[in-house]
Design a protein around this ligand. Sequence first.
Ligand code: AMP
Ligand code: FES
Ligand code: ZN
Ligand code: ZN
Length: 329
Amino acid sequence: MKCRVCRHPAVIDVRRHNANFCEEHFVKLCRDQVVKAIKAFDMLSPGDRVLVAVSGGKDSLALWDILLGLGLGYEVDGLYLGLGIGEYSEASGRHARKFASDRGLRLLEVDLRSEHGFDIPNGSRAAKRPPCSSCGLSKRHLFDQAARDGDYDALATGHNLDDEAAVLFGNVLRWEGEYLARQMPVLPAGNGFPRKVKPLVRLGERETAAYCVLRGIDYQVEECPMAEGNRHLGYKAALNAVEAQSPGTRHAFYFGFLDRAADLFRGQMVEVGPGLGTCASCGSPANGEVCAFCRLVERASGEREHTHDVAVRRVPVRLGSRRDDGVPE
Ligand code: AMP
Ligand code: FES
Ligand code: ZN
Ligand code: ZN
């Protein structure tokens, strides 16, 4: 097995590209794919201040490392959110902190339990929501807030091609027009929300894992125990089976959608109108008196009666990209 570029011994095969690569050229391939995604979707400009949401897993740590290594002058800080999911969260936090401290990088931290009075396991139980739904809502809200507070140009997440294709697959199976309309690797800033970017959309998770191993990045290998058996993992497994039989299908499915079908759904985007107000509790953009996250905090911590609920319009403030984590109520 020889490297396609230099003919030296290869360390990895990438079936989608029908090629093998040595360490040096595989790392270059990963960086080139990120640059290609950033340029194609106009995600970032040289010198941008970027906040990377880091879970301690392979994707977000690879993303942080790649953005710093591109030499495009990005100023990149990390943000770790403590979700309070037992030993899984403890270990995730340790990986994120170690990556940052080994490299002298700035890692912001927000801890759900100490700062908002609940964690994902007991909060979702009290609020009678599936864990991934409370988790998705909390992540979106706290990522937005941290990016706004720190005046960052963009908030970057480590969603990769496998993630995005699985979300697309789920949304297509049920023809979820509103979600399909939002399924883009970049969402522009507006109405008090920061620009959101997903620079790893051209890399699969096998590649981000290999990148971390080759770069000596120690990451959290465990998957979230609360996600076990959810629909999203089922869609991923189904696409893995298709990809194993015919390499390149996942890429064709996702990028074919962006090139040829995404525009058809634009009209179904739930527009957050210019009349958007401010949450009376946290100051975030909200289309009711209180934002969806603060309503979750109230219900999850059970501290107060839901006095605000009657005043709140049920239009979601900011949808996620999929049904199982995107519905605020
Ligand atoms: P997931 O929702 O677990 O598939 O993660 C998708 C992306 O969200 C990751 O690549 C990270 O960028 C970000 N993320 C997930 N969990 C956390 C966390 N606890 N703290 C900060 N960012 C996170
Ligand atoms: Fe959010 Fe698992 S990481 S429920
Ligand atoms: Zn090579
Ligand atoms: Zn609020």
